[in-house]
Design a protein around this ligand. Structure first.
Ligand SMILES: Cc1cc2nc3c(=O)[nH]c(=O)nc-3n(C[C@H](O)[C@H](O)[C@H](O)COP(=O)(O)O)c2cc1C
Length: 227
């Protein structure tokens, strides 16, 4: 995608944004990075506290971090996330989770019973999907779900701003699994918890995973009008 921020409507950005899991080896110019992170900063937050904290790695630092993440996973270092994730879902949540996995794995040519293929696919998270940049997003560890909402708003602003600048992204809960490595890499204090990471850059359209298109239920499944 080549559209500039000014030529893309909000509706188009919302509809065009999707998770991209394969990137070109081409860094995003610093001016574009500054534009998108400066746009994201306009997110609303409780009492305008702006709780999001963001660390971006590129170049040699990103490569080193990627190597360390892969090394940890491959050698079986246990995950140690600051925040738990349910992982197991049921009912409609489970249906949507399965639909999403089927769409992704079929595009990647991975059969349902191909455990090794799924492990390889999972490892791609820690290879940052070959992205030239990764950012980690955290907040003060004293904050709970109500403040995490603010950070979620920031993340959506950020990935939409990226879309509007032709920059693809994948939000990754998987990148919260080794928070101590993230804190060590960026010299972040223990007062900060890591919520997620986002790999980003320019989409490699030849990567099969990038054919993935995940649908949504009709909006009335989530929304109730009353009067
Ligand atoms: C907070 C969050 C965490 C996510 N974590 C991962 C992840 O670890 N790995 C991954 O491949 N995708 C991850 N995703 C992407 C979702 O799978 C994706 O948003 C969903 O399937 C809908 O697809 P779309 O983003 O292409 O519209 C995450 C998305 C969000 C919002």
């Amino acid at each position: 995608m080549t559209a500039s921020a000014s030529s893309m409507s909000l509706e188009t950005a919302i509809k065009e944004r999707r998770s991209v899991r394969g990137f070109l080896d081409q860094p995003v110019p610093q001016a574009v990075l500054e534009s998108v992170f400066s746009l994201a900063q306009h997110a609303p937050s409780n009492c305008n506290i702006q709780p999001w904290k963001v660390w971006i790695a590129s170049g040699a630092l990103k490569n080193h971090l990627r190597e360390q993440l892969v090394e940890k996973v491959v050698s079986g270092v246990p995950f140690n996330a600051d925040y738990e994730y349910p992982g197991k879902f049921d009912g409609d949540y489970r249906r949507r989770q399965v639909e999403c996995a089927v769409e992704l794995y079929s595009n990647m040519g991975i059969a349902r019973d191909d455990k090794e293929g799924r492990m390889r696919a999972s490892l791609r998270n820690f290879e940052l999907f070959d992205a030239p940049h990764v950012c980690f997003i955290g907040m003060d560890k004293r904050f709970g779900a109500s403040v995490a909402l603010d950070v979620g708003m920031y993340v959506q602003n950020l990935i939409l701003a990226m879309t509007a600048h032709g920059v693809a992204s994948c939000a990754q809960g998987a990148l919260r699994y080794y928070p101590d490595l993230v804190r060590e890499t960026f010299e972040i204090g223990d007062d900060i918890n890591i919520l997620l990471g986002i790999s980003f850059g320019y989409e490699d359209t030849d990567v099969p995973a990038n054919k993935t298109r995940v649908g949504r239920d009709e909006f009335r499944q989530s929304v109730v009008f009353s009067s």
